[in-house]
Ligand binder design. Structure first.
Ligand SMILES: Cc1cc2nc3c(=O)[nH]c(=O)nc-3n(C[C@H](O)[C@H](O)[C@H](O)COP(=O)(O)OP(=O)(O)OC[C@H]3O[C@@H](n4cnc5c(N)ncnc54)[C@H](O)[C@@H]3O)c2cc1C
Length: 302
């Protein structure tokens, strides 16, 4: 389904992020977990793309399998780092042929060493390329692909000037992005303020709030590495510290924090939540349970 249709159909949009398995053995266990996610009836799911190259073909495979073997609506992530225009056009052609309706267009953080193959420096160039592809009318949907882009409530490390950063985000929307998915954050005030700043900058497309429950200390450290710029509030760190080496307690604290974030976001009229699931369903299920709903459909009707 085209993202514009999903966003107008669902008063409250939920999405889950998956990553492709790292090896062949991972497919079976992933699809067991995906069956659990399916019961939560998200508006759509998205599948990450390894900018470094390692899992790129598996992204395509997972998207196709989700599309053909489940009721989930998959949106592939696509990064332009280390890709030529020709590479990107081939990937878009393949996705169009198998009826994929939307793409999350990103720059990616691939290592730049020997980076002679990148035709595009920034995600905005990828958005433009997708729009040009759409204009050729090769997609079965006359509108072509719907396009999402990333946004950074607490700032992107490459652009310390936050006004300039907002200009760059606005450029992606002006180039044709249909929605923005935010980087994960733990401080709702930062997200709400950024959302207001987006509105002041004339950004009118829907913005989804990116939530990742902390489920382990190792996971928290990995998050800090991957989501450069994201702040970890002292209150959260103190709560995690209090758990000592009790891994279950850390998970409970993380789920509690994420639940409180979701509740407050819903109270603030945020109409889209994207859960970074790390392919584990228990935390997402617990958040839904804590919110008092069995699935996203119930969330949409509240
Ligand atoms: C929801 C989400 C999903 C993600 N999924 C993936 C994934 O699947 N695979 C992956 O590898 N990475 C993924 N990432 C990480 C992302 O690729 C990196 O964070 C990357 O550094 C920024 O990507 P972007 O698309 O926002 O890039 P851009 O929009 O290109 O921005 C990157 C930086 O360049 C600056 N900039 C933009 N335009 C210009 C310009 N014209 N001149 C100068 N500076 C400019 C921006 O201000 C920003 O600092 C994801 C991030 C998010 C938030």
């Amino acid at each position: 389904m085209h993202i514009a249709d999903i966003l107008s159909r669902d008063s409250m949009t939920t999405s889950f992020e998956f990553f492709p398995p790292r090896n062949d053995a991972g497919w079976e266990s992933l699809f067991h977990v995906i069956a659990d996610f399916e019961r939560l009836q998200p508006s759509f799911v998205s599948v990450t793309y390894g900018a470094g190259g390692s899992t790129r073909t598996r992204t395509h495979e997972l998207v196709v399998r989700l599309k053909t073997q489940t009721k989930l609506d998959p949106i592939p992530h696509l990064t332009c780092a280390n890709h030529t225009r020709g590479d990107i056009e081939n990937i878009l052609t393949q996705y169009a042929q198998c009826g994929v309706s939307n793409i999350l267009a990103l720059r990616g953080d691939a290592p730049l060493a020997g980076n002679s193959t990148s035709d595009f420096a920034h995600a905005v160039d990828l958005v433009k390329c997708i729009r040009e592809f759409n204009n050729r009318g090769t997609h079965t949907d006359p509108r072509g692909f719907g396009v999402g882009v990333a946004g950074f409530p607490e700032g992107h490390p490459d652009t310390p000037n936050t006004l300039l950063q907002m200009d760059h985000l606005r450029a992606k929307v002006d180039a044709g992005a249909d929605y923005i998915c935010s980087q994960l954050f733990f401080d709702n005030a930062a997200f709400i303020d950024w959302k207001e700043r987006c509105e002041l900058a004339g950004i009118r497309v829907p913005i989804m709030a990116g939530i990742m429950p902390v489920t382990s200390i190792a996971g928290l450290k990995r998050m800090a590495e991957l989501a450069g710029g994201t702040r970890f509030p002292a209150k959260l760190l103190r709560a995690v510290q209090r758990c000592g080496d009790d891994a279950d307690a850390v998970e409970r604290v993380g789920i509690h924090w994420a639940t409180e974030q979701c509740m407050a976001l819903l109270d603030h009229g945020v109409r889209g939540i994207h859960l970074y699931t790390l392919n584990k369903c228990a935390a997402t299920q617990a958040i839904f349970q804590n919110l008092g709903v069995k699935n996203s459909a119930q969330l949409r009707s509240t």
